[in-house]
Design a binder for this molecule. Structure first.
Ligand code: NAD
Length: 264
């Protein structure tokens, strides 16, 4: 372990269980010396998140539903009370009705379009709005995206449209906050088996396709996303903002099926 992040205080949002991408990020930040706080979506998740937080030496655990502005206000008021200052925030949150993560994008319902955009896009902006006030010595904000924002992927549908808007938000937030020394970036992770991912149609097929066709000929892990997050959240990333860093075994550079890929 190193001291790359010692003295840094960060909020991790979106930890559901030990398969969450947020868990890979939290472990890597803690390993490099960061002090962590966690927010979780609802009471039912508390019993899962509490022991994980404790494992990393954190007892700052706040319930927060990002669809509720009052809940976000309370979270940041609590951080202001216990820490006063914030150095980084990780937003690893997304949601869409899984009935619409299959079939055709064109059939998206207006209700689910709005919910998906609110939870998966606007929530990052509303988190950054509040984090800005606590990032008095500069800071780093990070969100999680997917290649389905850039190219059409099977079943990703409205989530792809939301991720495209999220990636655009990263650029606009980076410009707004750069003058204050606050950096805003995204990691575009390759497919990883998590609770959220299991809602996507044919997810096993998508995992296999990536394994066979990415330059590294394998999938990535939560821990690899964690390592990349340390770069963006620590001083190593001091010159990087508005970036979308692909941690996808290189899949985003590929133009067609690999010649050695097995038939599927
Ligand atoms: P996950 O299910 O472990 O995490 C999703 C989290 O979102 C959960 O903790 C859930 O509680 C939280 N959440 C949903 N609605 C919320 C709300 N209203 N308020 C507060 N929290 C809410 O799955 P994950 O795959 O780790 O997802 C984390 C992020 O990574 C998501 O943005 C996802 O789109 C993104 N991502 C995932 C993959 C993948 O293949 N797993 C790839 C690229 C990007």
């Amino acid at each position: 372990s190193t001291t790359l992040m010692s003295g840094k205080r960060g909020l991790i949002m979106g930890l559901a269980n030990d398969k969450s991408i947020a868990w890979g990020i939290a472990k890597a930040c803690a390993e490099h010396g960061a002090e962590l706080a966690f927010s979780y979506q609802g009471g039912a998740l508390k019993k899962r998140v509490e022991p994980l937080a404790a494992q990393l030496g954190s007892d700052i655990l706040v319930e927060c539903d990002v669809s509720d502005p009052a809940s976000l206000d309370e979270l940041f008021a609590e951080l202001e009370r216990v820490w006063g200052r914030l150095d980084f925030v990780v937003h690893a949150i997304g949601f869409s009705d899984k009935a619409e993560l299959r079939g055709r994008y064109v059939d998206t319902s207006p209700e689910n379009f709005r919910t998906t955009m609110d939870i998966s896009v606007f929530s990052f902006t509303s988190v950054v709005q509040r984090a800005e006030k606590l990032m008095t010595e500069g800071g780093s904000c990070l969100t999680m995206t997917y290649y389905g924002a850039e190219k059409v992927m099977p079943h990703y549908n409205v989530m792809g449209v939301a991720k495209a808007a999220l990636e655009a938000s990263v650029m606009y937030l980076a410009e707004d906050l750069g003058k204050k020394g606050i950096r805003v970036n995204a990691i575009s992770a390759g497919p990883i088996k998590t609770l959220a991912a299991s809602g996507i149609g044919d997810f096993r097929y998508i995992m296999k396709w990536n394994e066979y066709n990415s330059p590294l000929r394998r999938n990535v892990t939560q821990d690899e996303v964690g390592k990349a997050s340390v770069y963006l959240l620590s001083d190593l990333g001091s010159g990087t903002t508005g970036e979308n860093l692909h941690v996808d075994a290189g899949y985003h550079v590929v133009g067609m099926k690999a010649v050695d890929a097995p038939d599927m």
